[in-house]
Design a protein around this ligand. Structure first.
Ligand code: GLN
Length: 231
């Protein structure tokens, strides 16, 4: 056990509308895979959490600047981020996927010429879109929330969006009017995030708690609760 975290309250920041990892249910409660994981780990390891849903980029900035102790927001473990942050052990393998409206004629990246693509600021989806932008000749608009991306596609204000595949798949299954027409891109795994060199005991407690949840089946239960057959 990590004794130094016991009884402490940590500030945790997260994304806003990143279902099924974090989102508000019909009661307005913050739920999702990340929320269940951090709450179960905190209970297991004997610390308290005060969770704020700020949006992905704002959550990461808050942790970097010390206004938050940890971000858990489906944050991908990348080499670039490792210069500024320390990551927990990986807890989910992800990858970026494109979504377009159900009625769209777009069948692949080759149809994006002259189109408007919406992405979320500071994410792997944004990085990926930028990496193929010149090759396929589209415009990029960056916004702060997944819900905004979806609304823009629904309203005809954008032609395609890039987000992590479990988020795209969940939205489609919920009937958001989107479809996916490409394969997901190979991506990085998610980890909980602290500022580089800071909150190392919290990170250690997170890893220890995660290992316990994986060993006793609670991790699988959480995944199944939110991902169903896709877990
Ligand atoms: N996994 C992606 C990233 O880390 C997106 C995270 C998110 O939008 N919450 O960039």
């Amino acid at each position: 056990d990590v004794e130094s975290v016991k009884g402490k309250t940590y500030r945790i920041t997260t994304d806003t509308t990143f279902a099924p990892f974090e989102y508000r249910d019909s009661n307005g409660d913050l739920v999702g895979i990340d929320m269940d994981l951090i709450r179960a780990i905190a209970e297991e390891e004997g610390f308290n959490v005060q969770i704020e849903s700020l949006g992905f980029n704002a959550a990461m900035v808050a942790t970097e600047s010390g206004n938050s102790d940890m971000t858990i927001a489906g944050a991908s473990i990348t080499d670039e981020r490792k210069q500024t942050y320390d990551f927990s052990d990986p807890y989910f393998d992800s990858g970026v996927l494109m979504a377009v409206p159900e009625s769209s004629d777009i069948t692949g990246y080759q149809d994006l010429k002259g189109k408007k693509v919406v992405v979320k600021t500071g994410t792997e989806g944004e990085t990926f879109a930028k990496s193929i932008q010149d090759q396929y000749g589209f415009d990029i608009v960056s916004v702060d929330q997944t819900s905004t991306m979806v609304q823009m596609l629904q309203a005809g204000q954008a032609d395609a969006m890039f987000d992590d595949y479990p988020i795209i798949a969940y939205g489609i299954a919920q009937g958001n009017g989107m479809k996916s027409v490409t394969q997901k891109e190979a991506g990085n795994s998610y980890g909980a995030v602290v500022a580089k060199g800071k909150n190392q005991d919290l990170l250690q407690a997170f890893n220890e708690g995660l290992a316990k949840l994986k060993a006793d089946g609670r991790y699988d239960q959480i995944m199944e609760k939110y991902l169903g057959d896709n877990a």
